[in-house]
Design a protein around this ligand. Sequence first.
Ligand code: PMP
Length: 295
Amino acid sequence: FDQLSGDIWYDGTFVPWSDAKLHVLSHGLHYGSSVFEGERAYGGRIFKSEEHTERLLASAGMLGFDIPWTAEQINAAKEETLARMNLVDAYIRPVAWRGSEMMGISAQKNTIHLAIAAWEWPSYFAPEERLKGIRLDMADYRRPDPQTAPYKAKAAGLYMICTISKHAAESKGYADALMLDWRGQIAEATGANVFFIKDGKIHTPTPDCFLDGITRRTVIGLARDRGIEVIERSILPDELSDFEQCFVTGTAAEVTPVSEIAGHQFQVGDIIKNLMEDYDTAVRPEAPSLKAVAG
Ligand code: PMP
């Protein structure tokens, strides 16, 4: 990021990008007491900004801390950050963490910090490249049981196994990894939800131990608007060979076709192409269908 200039919103004030630092004894760094969001602005408007802020506040609550800013203040701070950075198509990264006053597992009194960074992220590049689909490997690590971790939180700690899995997949030439859950059912990619298509119907795992992504919910709505049946259920890896198409969804991934999962090949068919277009329309501020999907 050293090529980036501009300012980062940090605990209520703007600080120059290179000065947005924290102490090495921050609890968030040592013990994973950190939550974050990943959001995108299209044409100057943050898509589902309020939902992302709600999830950020809820994630902090699941880790037992309160972010000392209201949803309204956070929403306004994100807008101010975009405006200050002169960004139109951008990625927005709010992050909250326990500070450095006490070093130990217990850190009840530590200051809760909040920072919001934003950087340019073109909304759409190389569509013909995307249509080829990405290749996924199977991850070795599994999503934890809900009794093992607060799975609804977008918490830094839950990403440890995602980074390990993604790096392992990348080192074998894959774009990403598909993770199973603790039962051995298909869960999600390391930073995106997964969908399958068979006989014109969409099948996707029930989000009972992984993030129910905002993009996931948006795309389910878009598919149902098209009259496509969407079935949420448990899906076993044995079923991979039955599916014709596969795609992943996420704020960063948007709707991205998958061409292969560990040797199983998939087509990129019309349903995926239509949903990619529908999503592209939905995220645009001028989208006529915006009200229907903005929630
Ligand atoms: N699962 C994981 C693990 C993620 O990191 C993300 C990206 N936030 C998603 C799913 C998709 O969530 P969203 O659509 O809200 O970006």
